[in-house]
Ligand binder design. Structure first.
Ligand SMILES: Nc1ncnc2c1ncn2[C@@H]1O[C@H](COP(=O)(O)OP(=O)(O)OP(=O)(O)O)[C@@H](O)[C@H]1O
Length: 447
């Protein structure tokens, strides 16, 4: 069973030797002192699990290289410095790189952290061995065994225990909502509600009422009192998805609630107190959103007390294949009908770039499951991007039978409506009964 490795880069020889001794006693498999003074580039791609770095004038550019390399999403860092303000180091800390100790270093504290890292990484390595031959790891609602996902799990564990607001950033379909839900379920608010709202989908006229609630009669159509999401999430976690898409006027109001904890339902004079933890998400780069003027900087700083980056699927290595098998296994057990997949199909899945990330992967596997009789092969794989292109170009994919097209249309309608058959049937322009008959015909009853 592999144990973790540590690279020590410290100009203070005595400190470096102390760290080496502690790490050897804490079960690190290899402890290397950077005596050659590796270049920033070499360090930023160095294959070690944990870095111990003493910051001084000589290695100031190293922090920029580390930040740019995104290595801190995968690896753990312990920095020590004399405590002069350093914005790059602050940014690395904000993004969950690890620990920063001021000099003179309290060696006992560093020891604790090294021991913690070692225990966590050893435990995780043990899981990898077990999982690779059988299943994929799960953490909370998330699935994945790759280094990047393990690093994310550790960060989630750390942040879940705090009360900080969190801003999750990541491409579309990477699992930001699952991350938010996992933070909630691992926090001490887990017995209280988790309320998710898509800020981009709120209608401008109703957004105040959605956020803060309203009293009966406060506007035309307000036939009864309505609790807003702040009240619904009381004591729990409020997940604001696509937060950068919220109109600026409401961003100001949201900021006020975050600052004062107070809000007022539409039509009410009574101020209420919001006891909610905010976890927000965006698939935009928030700094760019600020620069283009659609996202308020002050709100960003309030929300991003703890920024968290969810890696794209293409950075998750073998997880792509394992997730595909995982979704297939789930689908097979839901449908009570086991279907297999060829190596060629798996290779095609592994080499696709997945612009739509895990969501696209799941859709592709589920579509293939419906299309294949028993064995999923390359021809059954329709990627979201290709489907979009074909639909745009010709209206229908070429070489498909009407039955196959019908299956895809049904599957798509069910996905669009989160499995709700009444709404899926309405979208398809058929009765619910006909939909059931067709589902039965294709033995693809959607749960
Ligand atoms: N690590 C994961 N393990 C299992 N399923 C996942 C994982 N990540 C994402 N998914 C699945 O992918 C889909 C998208 O997940 P989610 O809605 O959390 O992504 P998102 O980043 O919030 O998307 P969007 O950018 O559209 O808001 C869901 O069906 C979810 O179940």
């Amino acid at each position: 069973m592999a144990t973790p490795s540590l690279l020590v880069k410290a100009s203070d020889k005595k400190l470096a030797l102390q760290i080496e001794k502690i790490a050897n006693n804490a079960g690190y498999q290899s402890v290397e002192l950077d005596l050659q003074n590796k270049s920033d580039k070499d360090l930023a791609s160095y294959p070690t699990d944990v870095f111990f770095i003493q910051i001084n004038e000589q290695n100031n550019t190293l922090l920029d290289s580390l930040l740019k390399s995104h290595l801190h999403f995968y690896k753990d860092f312990i920095f020590v410095s004399r405590g002069e303000p350093n914005p790059t180091l602050d940014e690395l800390m904000r993004q969950g790189a690890g620990y920063h100790f001021r000099e003179p270093v309290d060696i006992e504290q560093v020891k604790e952290v090294l021991v913690d890292f070692s225990a966590e990484l050893t435990e995780n390595n043990h899981d990898i061995e077990k999982i690779q031959s059988s299943n994929i790891d799960q953490f909370g609602l998330l699935t994945g065994s790759s280094q990047v996902m393990r690093k994310l799990y550790r960060t989630i564990r750390r942040v879940a225990g705090s009360e900080s607001n969190v801003l999750i950033q990541g491409e579309s379909g990477v699992g930001k909502e699952l991350v938010a839900h996992t933070i909630h379920s691992q926090s001490k608010r887990n017995l209280k509600p988790f309320i998710a709202v898509n800020c981009g989908a709120l209608t401008p006229e109703l957004i105040d009422s959605e956020l803060f609630g309203h009293l009966k009669g406060s506007f035309t159509g307000a036939n009864r009192d309505h609790k807003g999401i702040f009240e619904q999430a009381q004591g729990g976690t409020l997940f604001l998805d696509e937060v950068t898409e919220m109109p600026l006027e409401q961003q100001v109001k949201l900021l006020r609630v975050l600052e004062t904890g107070e809000f007022r339902p539409v039509g009410s004079q009574k101020v209420k107190f919001a006891d909610v933890r905010i976890v927000a998400a965006t698939n935009r780069n928030p700094i760019q959103a600020i620069e283009t003027g659609i996202f308020r900087e002050d709100l960003y700083f309030r929300l991003a007390q703890f920024p968290l980056q969810v890696p794209p699927l293409r950075a998750r290595g073998n997880d792509i294949i394992e997730l595909a098998k995982h979704f297939l296994a789930y689908r097979s057990s839901e449908e009570n009908c086991v279907k297999s997949i060829t190596d060629h199909a798996l290779e095609k899945i592994a080499s696709h770039t997945w612009p739509g990330n895990v969501r696209e992967l799941r859709h592709t596997v589920e579509r293939a499951f419906i299309l294949a009789e028993n064995l999923i092969d390359v021809d059954h794989l329709i990627f979201d991007s290709e489907q979009q292109e074909t639909e745009n170009a010709e209206g229908v994919p070429s070489g498909m039978s009407l039955d196959e097209l019908e299956k895809i249309a049904i599957q798509q309608a069910l996905e669009d409506n989160q499995g709700n058959k009444t709404e899926a049937a309405a979208q398809l322009g058929i009765s619910v009964k006909t939909l059931y008959n067709k589902l039965e015909k294709y033995s693809a009853v959607h749960q």
